[in-house]
Design a protein around this ligand. Sequence first.
Ligand SMILES: [Zn+2]
Ligand SMILES: [Zn+2]
Length: 126
Amino acid sequence: MADVGEPCVVCTEPLTETSGADCMRCGRPYHLNRRNDIPGKDCGTAWINDDIMSLEFACEVCLLLPEEEEEPEFSLDDVLDLDEGAAYAGWSAEQLQRAADAGQVAHRKTGGGIYLFRRGDLPRGV
Ligand SMILES: [Zn+2]
Ligand SMILES: [Zn+2]
């Protein structure tokens, strides 16, 4: 638990005996009024997590941060060359090359002049 006198990560004022909690996201102490009968500061919140049936704590700083988005898993299978990309898009290789040169399709051109595409960037042919 947070120690009395430690500065709150949100407002930097020292914690008091009845207001202190450790944020479970950043691990820093913040004000959380633990008594209903006396007024106190709340620089964050606490709630019951139904999944694990336990109390969770988070300071206001972390609450305002957007949840980190997980990077979609990237695999080399999703990197296609011109022929593969064209087949995927249902286009001819020339068509895809022209679209890439025109900046219509995101691609990378290697030093050797090979076009590389990411599957997700390709138009899906009908
Ligand atoms: Zn505070
Ligand atoms: Zn925090």
